[in-house]
Design a protein around this ligand. Structure first.
Ligand SMILES: Nc1ncnc2c1ncn2[C@@H]1O[C@H](COP(=O)(O)OP(=O)(O)OP(=O)(O)O)[C@@H](O)[C@H]1O
Length: 703
């Protein structure tokens, strides 16, 4: 270990280099800024070509500018000293000096791969790997790994305790951070896997699946920006809370062109954030829903006319219910319902013409008949009433009244009751979104012309419009049904997806490469076999490349030991990770009188807030959540940035320095997947874990 003064000298030397890179970055930002200004000025020339050029120029320069600004924090984070004497700096983005010499290698570039891949067993030409810890642009620490002592020059200084452990012990705040400086070898392999078919990344809790997935999105954009930026990268996570938690990672890596959506927000215009209770959720997620929705999309709409009488010259033309049903079948056999909207008048008119028999009527022939009928308000009104354009959300709203007749033996009484109950307030739950999406696809798009510039390629789209879309949608508007496809679909917490949700994502990834991230032992969807089939259909034979992550970076070993007992009880053969940190802090369990549970939890939470620096979560079963929320309102108001009250499912993917579980038996008993949910909840804690209950049935079951 080197002396402090040696470390100070090293820090000073690194600071000088970091300053040079920052100066250069600032110069690049100035250039980008002046390009924006020049682009805007060019627009004042006034002709259309100049406007398009301006838009493209301003757009590109602004993107560059925001990438440069985002990269400021921790811009330079690594340095390699190679056996051949070369020294190579690694950073969030690539930077060159005025002579185009490389000052900083982008972490995603092939030249940076060795930073993550080199080990003491296989140094791959690296003598010393150095991680620079920075606050803004100031170097505050150095962590070195000496990978090849034999090749090190005598005067090489090695300092620090190891970058990874230093980073893992930091207090957690309310958002996830990039781990770009300390990505581990097995993670790097998954991040840099080529974008072919489906990349499947599995691993236990805290193994870095989410951070790996996000860094992979940034990596893919770097390697094939044209394809992934124009085609779009869609990142799907379990909840809006989770999307908020991860939203900073990609911008901090300089990437803003990725669409982040929770699974309740996949369909434009719908933002569902609440889950159904378990019976309704299982019914809505099951592929048994499919025939029900198909029937709904093709059935007559309530209030549709069942008969048409039309007086033409000396004929009374009539279509009864059976004949109308025949025309309906014929129309639907060829195309989706809304697509057939423009065909319906001709189909009806044709059927009527076949009934024309009067001499006077026949005189003008078929075209005369069609001219008369298609300009007759009575006829137009009939067709509008008989074949109205149908909106998916409005159709979904009719489900509570029609499910009994449509489900016809598909669901049992208890399921039907749970479904009706879930729809009583008319507000879509997360589980309804795939149903609405399915209906959108079954109904099809109305063949109407969108606004003028819809066919304009993205590159030429007006800057303002692009900006607007990006702001509203975090990049990609999927306003039309045929326009839902992406170039890459990345799914986090994939173990939770129901068959209907897989169908919804499959439609968006038909021509995409995929990254699928999950851990079966944490699944909240109760029927894994059905989900596996749905996933296979969504991937449609694409080749799968599998990666497994094995180290748990989140939980202390003390916490994970307990959680692993729960995992073994929850599923036959859980994928358990190895926790690398020991803290000496064992989970605490309090058993108190039922009436005292919430008060005791409040007390423990206060103590946790004193003992950790960062965030604390209080987790309760859904039935008790309102009560716990009310009891904790005062404490949450005192610590708005540090304390949260959540139910089990809402903790998916998140992490906190300390977790207090209120009545764990509630979590276990509230659904078929209760044990797996408890496993998720226990593995959210990085440092401290406490449970407070009126019984300890759950502990007796797992010990
Ligand atoms: N290489 C790394 N360097 C530093 N921190 C890391 C590294 N890998 C993972 N972590 C940290 O470990 C924690 C867990 O990571 P992440 O949330 O991605 O795990 P996960 O596998 O998605 O977990 P879960 O399945 O429980 O949701 C995060 O705080 C993350 O920043």
């Amino acid at each position: 270990m080197a002396s402090t003064s040696a470390e100070d000298r090293e820090i000073a030397a690194e600071q000088a280099y970091v300053d040079t890179v920052h100066e250069r970055l600032d110069e690049s930002a100035k250039v980008a800024q002046s390009l924006v200004a020049e682009g805007i000025a060019r627009g004042h020339v006034g002709n259309e070509g100049a406007l398009v050029e301006r838009d493209a120029m301003v757009y590109q320069a602004s993107r560059r500018l925001s990438a440069l600004n985002a990269a400021h924090d921790g811009l330079v984070f690594g340095r390699l000293n190679l056996a051949d004497g070369e020294s190579r700096y690694i950073g969030r983005i690539g930077v060159r000096d005025e002579d185009r010499e490389i000052l900083l290698v982008d972490w995603r570039a092939p030249a940076a791969a060795v930073f993550y891949q080199a080990t003491a067993q296989d140094p791959a030409g690296v003598v010393r790997r150095r991680v620079l810890r920075c606050a803004g642009s100031t170097v505050i620490g150095i962590e070195d790994d000496l990978l090849d002592a034999a090749a090190a020059p005598d005067d090489m200084v090695v300092v620090g305790e190891g970058a990874l452990l230093a980073s893992l012990s930091r207090a957690r705040d309310s958002s996830m951070h990039s781990v770009v400086a300390t990505i581990q070898k097995e993670q790097d392999e998954a991040i840099r896997a080529p974008a072919r078919g489906a990349t499947i990344i599995s691993g236990g809790p805290g193994t870095g699946k989410t951070v790996v997935a996000l860094h992979r999105a940034a990596y893919l954009l770097y390697t094939d920006r044209r394809r992934f930026e124009s085609g779009g990268v869609l990142v799907i996570g379990p909840s809006t809370v989770f999307m908020k938690y991860i939203e900073r990672v990609l911008p901090s890596l300089g990437e803003t062109s990725v669409t982040l959506r929770s699974v309740g927000e996949v369909v434009d215009g719908i933002r569902a954030s609440r889950h159904d209770e378990s019976v309704a959720a299982a019914a809505k997620g099951s592929s048994r829903m499919l025939p029900v929705l198909r029937r709904l999309a093709s059935a007559p709409q309530p209030g549709e006319p069942t008969e048409l009488r039309y007086f033409y010259k000396d004929d009374v033309l009539r279509l009864d219910a059976r004949q109308l049903a025949g025309i309906r079948r014929q129309l639907l056999s060829g195309m989706k319902r809304n697509r057939a909207y423009t065909r319906a008048p001709a189909a009806i008119a044709d059927a009527l013409w076949r009934q024309v028999s009067g001499e006077r009527a026949l005189e003008k022939g078929e075209s005369g008949f069609l001219d008369v009928i298609t300009s007759d308000d009575a006829f137009i009104d009939f067709v509008e009433a008989w074949w109205p354009p149908v909106d998916a959300v409005e159709l979904w709203q009719t489900l509570p009244d029609r499910i009994g007749e449509l489900a016809n033996g598909v669901f049992n009484e208890a399921e039907l009751a749970a479904l009706k109950e879930s729809w009583a307030d008319g507000e879509p739950r997360i589980e309804d979104v795939p149903l609405i999406d399915e209906l959108r696809y079954l109904l099809g798009e109305l063949p109407e012309k969108d606004d003028d510039d819809d066919d304009v390629p993205r590159q030429l789209m007006s800057f303002e419009r692009r900006e607007r879309e990006e702001r509203d949608d975090r990049v990609r508007a999927t306003r039309s049904i045929e326009d839902d496809g992406y170039a890459h679909v990345l799914v986090d917490e994939a173990q939770d997806l129901s068959p209907m949700q897989w169908r919804m994502l499959g439609r968006r990834g038909r021509f995409a490469s995929w990254t699928i991230v999950g851990d079966q032992a944490q699944a909240s969807w109760p029927h894994p076999e059905e989900s596996r089939e749905a996933r296979a259909k969504a991937l449609d034979g694409k080749p799968e490349h599998v990666f497994r992550l094995s180290t748990n970076y989140r939980n202390s070993a003390e916490i994970y030991d307990l959680a692993a007992l729960v995992a073994r009880h929850a599923v036959p053969d859980p994928d358990l990770a190895e926790a690398v940190r020991r803290t000496g802090e064992h989970p605490e369990h309090a058993v108190v009188d039922g009436a005292q549970v919430v008060a005791e939890a409040l007390e423990r939470t206060r103590s946790m807030l004193d003992r950790v620096e960062g965030t604390v979560a209080v987790v309760a079963g859904r039935a008790r959540l309102a009560e716990v929320d009310a009891a904790f309102a005062g404490l949450v108001a005192e610590h708005p940035d540090r304390l949260r009250v959540l139910d089990g499912l809402d903790t998916k993917g998140l992490e906190f320095d300390a977790v207090v579980v209120v009545e764990p038996d509630d979590v276990v008993e509230e659904s078929e997947s209760g044990w797996r949910t408890l496993y998720v909840v226990l593995t959210r804690a990085t440092q401290l874990l406490a449970t407070v209950g009126s019984t300890e049935r759950w502990r007796a079951a797992v010990s």
